[in-house]
Design a protein around this ligand. Structure first.
Ligand SMILES: O=C(O)CCC(=O)C(=O)O
Ligand SMILES: [Fe+2]
Length: 372
């Protein structure tokens, strides 16, 4: 996924920040935050145990930590559940906002992207919010997919994923995500945690070595398969992009600008409202895939992300686009190696119909499909 750079030398947040500022850290390092326990519990009160922000620093020595780490019972930890019945098991563990511990790779707790947050307070929406939501829902339900050409090889399909497909994607990610090889919190040997949850389908991407493998290094889990439904949606999005490009002046062969691609990798990220992803290039796929410019296809669900893209790691020079629920972004051909990242997640922007039907936690689910 991201370019390979050596692992951070220590857990010093300042040193990391300085390295990040010099553009020397791999992509996931750029989302590293050294949050204190106190901050953690405040955050938890605001967002519940689903926060993708990091846990407290580890007391273990760097060598003791095998990465990525998966929390056992921490404020970040989700219920120990496979089905809703097991939520009560989690209750009986007494996991609460105040209970902070750093995880290891044994006794891993699955992360459920759906379900009620224990720590969140239900505040009645104001009339203004209700009306805004109604207006948004009407706009989205009336609108059809709209395609935008962002730059050569880069197409944004607004509102491409139909509501039922969005629900199905969330349900499938939830189901797979709580099982073996499901969501975990990527981290580093020094115990630093990252502000998102991740799972890989098809092949495993290791953030520490920036390489792909057939098993997950920290627990030996094989990555679950990519559901056929996802592959169909990817083909649909690439096909629609080709049709769109055909109709554009100056495009002689859409498959040259945007080569076709059958994914064998899907990286699923879940961001809470504090989640973000530094500018990076996806370049850990095979040389053949990169040389051919086989595209990355990205699905967005839930809260809106502010997405940055450009020709360098410099975010002041990057272009910005909002990725809303149902949007599909494709970048291949001459845009295959663009720098891209997520600068912010806009809280409470997921439509109510989506959260009501899917029970998706506050935050954003992103799936990126690639061919190794
Ligand atoms: O969340 C996104 O929109 C981008 C994710 C991404 O760039 C990645 O997983 O490599
Ligand atoms: Fe990426």
């Amino acid at each position: 996924m991201a370019e390979k750079t050596p692992p951070p030398p220590s857990s010093s947040s300042n040193r990391r920040k300085a390295r990040a500022a010099r553009g020397q850290l791999p992509l996931l390092d750029l989302v590293y935050e050294n949050t204190k326990v106190q901050e953690k519990s405040l955050e938890c009160r605001k967002e519940g145990p689903w926060s993708s922000s990091p846990s407290a620093s580890s007391n273990k020595s760097p060598l003791q930590m095998v990465t990525p780490v998966q929390p056992t019972k921490s404020v970040d930890s989700p219920p120990q559940m496979v089905a809703s019945v097991q939520l009560s098991k989690y209750d009986s563990l007494g996991t609460s906002c105040a209970n902070v511990s750093v995880g290891s790779n044994s006794g891993a707790a699955p992360f459920d992207i759906c379900g009620d947050s224990k720590c969140s307070v239900n505040v009645k929406p104001s009339l203004l919010e209700i009306n805004r939501e109604k207006r948004r829902a009407k706009e989205r339900s009336n609108s059809v997919a709209q395609l935008q050409h962002l730059r050569p090889g880069m197409v944004l399909l607004k509102n491409f994923l139909k509501p039922d497909d969005q629900i199905e994607i969330i349900n499938l990610c939830r189901e797979v995500g709580v099982g073996k090889g499901g969501f975990y919190t990527p981290g580093y040997r020094d115990g630093a945690k990252l502000s998102l949850r991740m799972m890989c389908l098809g092949k495993d991407w290791n953030p520490d070595s920036s390489s792909y493998g057939d098993v997950r290094a920290f627990d030996g889990a094989e990555p679950p398969e990519i559901p056929e439904k996802f592959k169909e949606l990817v083909q649909g999005a690439i096909g629609a992009s080709h049709e769109f490009l055909k109709g554009r002046k100056g495009t002689s062969n859409p498959s040259v600008e945007l080569p076709p691609m059958s994914p064998d990798i899907c990286i699923v990220n879940f961001y809470t409202s504090r989640g973000r992803l530094g500018l990076h290039q996806d370049k850990d796929e095979s040389q053949d895939s990169l040389t051919k410019g086989l595209p990355v296809v990205s699905f967005s669900l839930g809260d809106t992300a502010e997405f940055l893209y450009g020709d360098s790691r410099d975010d002041t020079k990057a272009s910005k686009v909002d990725l809303e629920t149902g949007d599909v972004l494709i970048f291949g051909g001459e845009s295959r190696r663009i720098f891209h990242g997520v600068s912010q997640i806009k809280p409470k922007t997921a439509p109510k119909w989506l959260t009501d039907k899917s029970n998706l936690q506050p935050g954003r689910l992103n799936l990126t499909f690639r061919k190794y």
